[in-house]
Ligand binder design. Structure first.
Ligand SMILES: [Zn+2]
Ligand SMILES: [Zn+2]
Length: 340
């Protein structure tokens, strides 16, 4: 039953987080959530499947809310306004992303670094997300979305796009510089397009032959295997693959003074670094933690100005577990998106 027509919503809950991804989630029928003051009730039109959902389901991330509904790349339309909401109207198209709320008064929130707020909470981890017919979002954390894209194309922008955008900023790629992209899934293929539109030379490293094809098609200067040496030294690199073993590989590919940003929320173990070979000559290694709302608005404004090509593999919402299993097995081209 759809949210509009009754008192129940269908969705998926992570009931048994663990290595068996196919069984971590179960289908469930839930009560329609009520929008609290300041919140929107949103009908889900599309929800992207992010690698973080995999980490929530696999138990790589600790359980924050038992039986959570995953999903934090939600494109939907407003069904109902909580008390006090003036920015949106019923029927408006909105985006719901990973960063759900921050405290608003700590030193990080007050200094433009709300992504580091110790009180931050996350959609599809601390609160129920978009693997369902509807969800809620705080109006001040909901995004207005650019025209000219379908819901399925917009969904991956909301985490893959935004986090990649922040990672690119953290990598401090100089104007016209040479960027290395390690891993080429949903986030990387969007980030590469942002860098290319800004005049960068992009070199892609991935074990997937089809992803290498996509990279070249999008305008990458080269596309090699994950551990290949770049054809030229890199001014900056972003590691999208959750593979700690690639950290020294990417560091060694950097030009003197270059920066490697690690985009993921979870990374396998990093092997010991050799100071002289991997870090000396002022190479910099940085992490990327979530994003600020400013990052989100900037990426969505960029998408409004430059028509990004969003590579999507659609799945019906009823096949969410299969989508996660396929993502775990690297069988998804571009971004997997669930459609109700
Ligand atoms: Zn805060
Ligand atoms: Zn995500």
């Amino acid at each position: 039953m759809r949210a509009e027509t009754g008192c129940a919503v269908r969705g998926w809950q992570v009931r048994s987080p663990g290595a068996d991804i196919g069984r971590a989630m179960s289908r469930a029928t839930m009560r329609v959530p009520r929008p609290a003051p300041g919140e929107l009730l949103v009908a889900v039109d599309a929800c992207g499947v992010c690698r973080t959902d995999l980490h929530v389901s696999a138990g790589d991330l600790p359980v924050h809310r038992p039986s959570v509904v995953p999903g934090h790349e939600v494109v939907g339309h407003v069904l109902e306004l909580g008390d006090g909401v003036t920015r949106f109207r019923p029927g408006d198209r909105v985006g719901v992303a990973w960063l759900r709320e921050t405290c608003g008064h700590c030193r990080f929130c007050l200094s433009g670094a709300e992504n580091l707020c110790p009180g931050s909470r996350y959609t599809g981890w601390d609160a129920d997300g978009g693997y369902a017919d509807c969800t809620t979002v705080r109006a001040d954390f909901a995004y207005t979305l650019p025209d000219g894209y379908s819901p399925a194309e917009l969904a991956p922008l909301l985490c893959a796009g935004i986090i990649g955008y922040r990672a690119l900023r953290r990598a401090e790629l100089p104007a016209g510089g040479r960027l290395g992209v390690y891993g080429f899934g949903a986030s990387a293929h969007l980030t590469a397009q942002v860098a290319l539109a800004r005049g960068a030379t992009v070199h892609v490293f991935t074990r997937s032959p089809r992803a290498r094809e996509l990279a070249l098609d999008l305008g990458a200067a080269s596309a090699g295997d994950a551990r290949d040496a770049p054809p030229e030294p890199l001014d900056a690199a972003v590691l999208f693959a959750p593979a700690g073993g690639l950290v020294p590989v990417a560091l060694r590919a950097l030009e003197r003074g270059g920066t490697l940003a690690v985009a993921g929320i979870h990374l396998t173990e990093i092997p010991p670094l050799d100071y002289d070979r991997d870090l000396f000559q002022e190479r910099t290694l940085r992490s990327v933690t979530s994003n600020t709302r400013t990052d989100g608005r900037e990426l969505l404004a960029f998408a409004a100005e430059h028509r990004l090509r969003v590579s999507v593999t659609p799945y019906p919402m009823a096949r969410a577990a299969a989508a996660l299993t396929d993502l775990a097995a690297d069988r998804v081209d571009g971004a997997a998106v669930l459609l109700p």
